[in-house]
Design a protein around this ligand. Structure first.
Ligand SMILES: [Zn+2]
Length: 175
């Protein structure tokens, strides 16, 4: 599976990570199916309630509000626009699912109320100007695999965003 993050949503992650520092943050990902096994995240939410994402606690009330807003905006065309998964940061440890992360995702997709074919967990980490990231897919039948994750760039916009007089530029390096 290929998962692209739209440029404005990638910028949103970069800003939120820089602001959060060593605090773990996260939220939900919603988006569009472009082709079989090819998705783009067009709406990434940042959970407002700060907290211990080491324990991967989702603010269910906010998540439901965000979901409703996304589905209203995309006119409830669920075959094309749907929930993609969860994301959170690991500012202090490796960019891979912890045991708790994997358990939480397995429970989520195995739940009788879960309607999707899969849920993705994306993990990101900011070190200086570098963002390391990874994504894993979990399906209700117990399948788990690595997702090809792509942060779409808008290079022209990034160039414009560079601060004047700073030869080093301010762009975030995505690795
Ligand atoms: Zn985690």
């Amino acid at each position: 599976m290929r998962l692209r993050i739209a440029p404005d949503q990638a910028a949103k992650i970069a800003t939120a990570l820089a602001r959060a520092g060593t605090r773990e943050i996260g939220g939900q990902m919603f988006g569009e199916q472009l082709a079989p096994s090819d998705f783009r995240v067009s709406e990434l939410t940042v959970q407002k309630r700060g907290g211990a994402f080491a324990r991967f606690v989702v603010d269910v009330v906010q998540a439901m509000k965000d979901a409703r807003r996304f589905f209203d905006r995309t006119k409830h065309d669920y075959r094309r626009f749907n929930y993609i998964g969860e994301w959170h940061s690991h500012p202090s440890f490796a960019v891979e699912p912890s045991v708790t992360d994997a358990t939480t995702m397995r429970k989520l997709v195995a739940d009788a109320e879960f309607r999707g074919a899969f849920a993705v967990l994306m993990i990101v980490r900011l070190d200086g100007d570098k963002i390391t990231r990874g994504a894993w897919l979990f399906d209700p039948r117990g399948g788990e695999r690595l997702v090809t994750l792509e942060f779409e760039h808008d290079d022209r916009k990034t160039d414009n965003d560079r601060r004047e007089g700073d030869g080093r530029g301010q762009r975030i390096r995505w690795i």
